[in-house]
Design a protein around this ligand. Structure first.
Ligand code: SF4
Length: 108
């Protein structure tokens, strides 16, 4: 009986910590501290990443369509209205919300 209560108590604490970590202000604080992805990063360069989607070279990236940018890409989990956001492809770095790369997938 005592072990069950202890386990339950532990699960409650884990849930509490997970809830705190999921709060927006903390996520924003952590994200703001991340470095920006360089277009010269080998993977970024291979995917044609640029910080300004309007400057995409369509000869090199024929899949690009005007209006596509990191801000409306499925891989992006940045907060709306921020200049820099998180991309699932480039963990630990932030991409420019006006940027683009060949891994772009339109949201919804
Ligand atoms: S995958 Fe999407 S969000 Fe990530 S860099 Fe490419 S276009 Fe931007």
């Amino acid at each position: 009986m005592r072990e069950t209560l202890t386990r339950r108590s532990l699960l409650e604490h884990v849930g509490l910590v997970a809830g705190v970590l999921a709060t927006t202000p903390l996520r924003t604080l952590v994200a703001a501290d991340l470095p920006h992805l360089s277009p010269n990063d080998p993977v970024a360069s291979a995917l044609g990443y640029t910080e300004d989607a309007t400057k995409v070279d369509q000869n090199k990236s024929p899949s690009y369509r005007p209006g596509e940018q990191c801000a409306n890409c499925l891989q992006n989990s940045g907060a709306t209205g921020q200049t820099w956001g998180a991309c699932k492809l480039f963990a630990g770095r932030l991409v420019n919300e006006n940027g683009w790369c060949r891994a772009y997938v339109r949201k919804g």
